[in-house]
Design a protein around this ligand. Structure first.
Ligand code: NAD
Ligand code: AKB
Length: 315
């Protein structure tokens, strides 16, 4: 029987992933876990456990005793926060992964999802249409942890037959939960500020183009990857995945089509250097070939949905 545990379920991705997984496999088949004491309202219809992924002993005990079969490991520090707490970011982003990989190696888990990021690429990577296989010299703590994580995932698959699957998510755009400290967060904040103040001061410069994706596409990609037959999964580091790429100026122009008085100013901060080291667009042809990936949300559709749904009271 399938029993799924989502660790880091209270975050931007987790809150929507738990809902999607419960819709698919049934409410009782999906347990949400997070270090947060209280279960976020959006996922309070099902089981919730407070869990610190760094507490190796308790995590192991819980997964073994509850006969969990699959783990989605989402707990991590994102790029901007990781630069402020490099030691802790390395610890959190790596130790949790080993705990889960080892449980699978010992036969307690059938499948693992662990997300990577476009942050695995760096300033020496070709920035346009970045290929699946290319130079990867990440220059951020977060990117280094994601690249190391990818190497370990592939290693555990090759050496121990661990069925671990991964995606290099671009910046994700959603309205259910606020983003958790990344460089692409501006592309979410802009909608809250547009509705609240009709203006936005962006921490990236106007022409900084980054790969982005609407959350519904990202959740669907995650589940499609995880539910694909094992023989279709040919890449065990992480798959490139592409939605749409845009600059702050381009997205603000799209917002102006709905809110003509909206205005944007630019005050680049330390996150500009991070963004400048990342790809501008992504070649995801391997995801398309191997497991049939096809994005559905354009920038126009994303802007429409976000403006309709963000709740400015949340910020
Ligand atoms: P988030 O910061 O919104 O959520 C992370 C969640 O993990 C939070 O609810 C937090 O409370 C929880 N957490 C933190 N420390 C924990 C611990 N010790 N034990 C248990 N839970 C803990 O992050 P997100 O945006 O949902 O990202 C999830 C994963 O996806 C991360 O690995 C991130 O690197 C990756 N990713 C996200 C994006 C994006 O745009 N959101 C893009 C690329 C990759
Ligand atoms: C971040 O900006 O850190 C994340 C990511 C692209 O990994 N959104």
């Amino acid at each position: 029987m399938k029993k799924v545990l989502v660790i880091g379920a209270g975050g931007q991705i987790g809150s929507e992933l738990v809902i999607a997984l419960r819709n698919l496999f049934g409410r009782d088949a999906v347990i949400a876990a997070d270090v947060k004491e209280d279960c976020p309202d959006v996922i309070s219809d099902g089981m919730y456990v407070q869990m610190d992924i760094l507490d190796n002993e308790n995590v192991r005990k819980y997964i073994i005793e509850e006969s969990v079969t699959e783990v989605y490991l989402l707990a991590a520090l994102l790029s901007a926060t990781a630069e402020k707490h490099p030691d802790f970011a390395w610890k959190l982003n790596m130790e949790g992964l080993f705990t889960i990989l080892d449980l699978a190696k010992e036969g307690y888990l059938k499948k693992i999802f662990w997300p990577s990021s476009i942050a695995v690429f760096g300033p020496t990577t070709p920035r346009e249409n970045t290929p699946q296989y290319t130079v990867m010299e990440p220059s951020t703590v977060y990117g280094i942890s994601k690249q190391a994580g990818e190497r370990w995932c592939e290693y555990y698959f090759n050496k121990f037959n661990v069925d671990v699957r991964s995606i290099r998510y671009p910046g994700l755009i959603s309205y259910t939960s606020l983003p958790g400290g990344g460089t692409t967060d501006y592309a979410v904040d802009i909608f809250y500020q547009a509705k609240k103040r009709n203006k936005f001061d962006c921490f990236l410069s106007e022409n900084t183009q980054l790969p982005m994706m609407y959350m519904e596409d990202a959740i669907r990609a995650t589940i499609e990857l995880m539910e694909s037959p094992i023989e279709n999964i040919k890449i065990r580091s992480a798959y490139n995945l592409s939605g749409c790429s845009f600059t702050p100026e381009q997205i603000s122009n799209k917002i102006k089509e709905h809110l003509p008085d909206f205005s944007i100013t630019y005050s680049p901060d330390f996150r500009q250097a991070i963004a400048d080291s990342w790809p501008m667009s992504i070649d995801d042809s391997r995801a398309r070939e191997d497991w049939g990936w096809q994005e559905r949300f354009t920038i126009e559709k994303t802007v429409e949905i976000m403006l309709e749904n963000v709740n400015p009271e949340l910020v």
